[in-house]
Design a protein. Structure first.
Length: 160
């Protein structure tokens, strides 16, 4: 509770600001400078069990919303489940994804930062097939998406 100020401390701060002894903008700059710190991705800070549980709930909520959105877009039954929430270094994540995959980066306003979703190409092919009026059967081809398929995917699922 060291962050709580007494009434005398509050009065002293207000009088210092009003007399010009302290500059409020300088205090804000100092506060912003304190928030920046070096982060070592090789030795990542681990999340606590409570934080992992919270992340799991967030992902389950996102999966539920994504299920609804994809079911409406594709006009078919879609089920998305969270299998696990794990922590691993970025380098290990990059090595674990297949060589042919779709990595989708997108903004989520009003939140800061971006999301990264990795989609198996077979799922993407099934989605594009469904968009174009097919049955939604995935194709087992290893090639990249064509420009038309990419355009359909981007336009319909704004996550690319």
């Amino acid at each position: 509770m060291a962050d709580v100020l007494s009434q005398g401390e509050i009065d002293a701060l207000l009088s210092a600001l009003s007399t010009g002894e302290m500059d409020a903008e300088e205090l804000l700059r100092e506060d912003a400078a304190k928030r920046i710190y070096t982060y070592d991705f090789k030795r990542a800070v681990r999340f606590s069990k409570d934080q992992v549980r919270s992340l799991t709930r967030i992902h389950e909520n996102f999966a539920r919303l994504l299920t609804t959105a994809f079911s409406a877009q594709l006009r078919t039954y879609v089920q998305i489940n969270v299998t696990s929430v794990d922590q691993l270094p970025y380098e290990e994540f990059i090595r674990s994804i297949p060589s042919v995959t779709l990595l989708n980066i997108f903004d989520v306003s009003p939140l800061d930062g971006r999301f990264l979703i990795e989609v198996n190409p077979n799922i993407a092919y099934a989605m594009v097939d469904r968009i174009l009026g097919g049955s939604g059967a995935g194709m087992n081809k290893i090639e990249n998406l064509t420009e038309i398929e990419k355009r359909c995917y981007r336009k319909r699922f704004i996550i690319c």
